[in-house]
Ligand binder design. Sequence first.
Ligand code: BGC
Length: 702
Amino acid sequence: MTDDHIEALLDRLSRTQQLALVRGATDPEGTATGYLPGVDEAGIPPFRLVDGPLGIRAEGERATAFPASIATAAAFDPDLARRQGAAMGREAAALGQDALLAPGVNLVRVPQCGRNFEYLSEDPVAAGDIGAALVDGIQSAGVVATVKHFVANNQETHRTTVSAEIGERPLRELYLPPFRAAVDAGVGSVMTAYNRVNGTHMSDHERLVGDVLKGEWGFDGYVVSDWYGLESTVGAANAGLDLEMPGVAAPGAADGDEGFEWPDGIPDATRAGLFGDPLADAIDAGEVPADRLTDMVRRVLGQMDRFGRLDGSQGTGDDAGELDSQRHRDLATEVAARGTVLLDNDGVLPLDDGADVAVIGPNVDEPKLGGGGSSETTPFRSVSPVEGIEARAEGDVSSAVGVPRIASVSLFDLLPFVGEDGDAGEDDTAERDPSLDDAVDAAAAADVAVVFVRDATTEARDRDSLALPGRQDDLVSAVAAANENTVVVVRSGGPVALPWREDVAAVLEQWYPGQGDGDAAAAVLYGDRDPSGRLPVTFAPESEYPTAATERRFPGVDDEVHYDEGVFVGYRHFDDANASPTYPFGHGHSYAAFEYGDAEVVDDQTVSVLVENVADRPGREVVQAYVRPPAVDGVERPERELAGFEAIRLDAGQRRTVTLSLDDLAFSRYDSDSGWTVDEGTYTVELGRSSRDVRTTVAFDR
Ligand code: BGC
């Protein structure tokens, strides 16, 4: 359909029909997270939006449960992320959905944030590259991607009211770029965040939504509110918000208790319809220009048209959809394995095929699918740690739980009117009698003890601390004392405290691995796959993160959270403070070993280096490039910033020249007076295995 056709269609729509295209309604089929009824007489079909981002959460349906987004990011491989995006897009299409509410690209600023598992990284280039690849993949399957939550939704505490007080420089250098990358990748939709930024709710933020996103960046898709996250009619319409979701009160919410107090982090689900009659009234009163409504509808129709919804061309060829296929199952397991980070290894890994293994941990009989909240998916099949190891091991496998089960937590448990999700939050320890002694005995009798530990995080809640919940630390220590070949496999949504790490033989970080859990764990433990993940977030003691410095920084005071650390977030802070993190950004071992040649300048944006696998087994390396800026009087800069990366696979003895193009972001800084600035001088490009393991450098002049 041409632009002229859309204009002609717009002309034919009455105002009532137009209004029905900018405010959500109830999905008669009940599967969608958000629904537009369409306009039958004008040939505009219904439009369904669905969560996101770990797979498809269509009500009453099952779908492939992919690993947490942070696991996808840990693979540092945009091609892999693109494949995952495409698979999620195909599943959304198969389930009759038109837009996927993914990816989430908010930076990991606060290590305790309950949604870190849905996000990608503490670094804007990593989050931007992986986020853009996910967008590209989702949309390649004929489904609209929705990048979220624009912007500065970096904590869950008070998320619906808190104001992120951020300077223009960190906003430009850190928090906005992943969204910009999604826009440059052609994302069809942007979801506004619940929070305020510098005092204004994001749904009403004319400068960031209207001026920056739509103006400066030229975004021509639609801006959708977060669910019940529309603050006002006039403010939002004039700021540039295009679509209110869900548009109708949550079933049951409206007739709930009069005195019901919405828990912190949960939006008031009776607030809906601000883009219904109130928008018509505001237009009549001259408070919102009439052509703003036309523009909203034009943007929604533009994406429907782009993805074949207006001429019925969707649902054919690559867009036909696909659900729970073998290739999707394999991909879910592959991403989980590829995102696995080998934090430490004294040589016990990979395991000998014939080793007798004790599989220990409070939840070894259940997969760790994801965290709680709107990203929860229900898979068709899944593999627990015990099942995965039993299927792979050639030696004896025993198992023990040791300590009480770690219950899942979910925002849905906070809502009296949401009836689903019966087992979340339940602790069924009564049905078992966990005995630490049994776990210790099992460990002592085996060649190797593999302990699976996990945290429990959810949307709408930040974690109280980075410590593993329950008695899991005691369990690891007791097992380690009984067997010197103790391997710990960690399932966490982000950074987590590992107090026993020097007492164990190896530590793997698997994030939330999704339905392929046990298979992915076994593949890495036994060396069928190299642990090719690298940390997209710094691991450090909780008190050393920049947000731990004051309550002003986190969780905030008087509903304001002050980003006083400026651009010194994540590794930028640890470099600046000259502090040694527990595990630095970019860290992760391989079972192979890599040597780097001398870096070479290819052109003023590109660098290359020869990398050789000097081990006698194949392996995967993530070659990372960081830029160190020249010193400029009076200007504070991070010591180094990630500029590019590439994940490669090398056979034993194989060598390859890796060429990296360097992101402008790493060379420039944002000056509040003069805007983007590249200081003259010599920039050192560091190439290596992590932000703290530089193998070769080369100079660039600017
Ligand atoms: C979340 C969004 C999600 C939406 C719809 C909100 O609570 O913040 O990420 O897409 O709900 O479920």
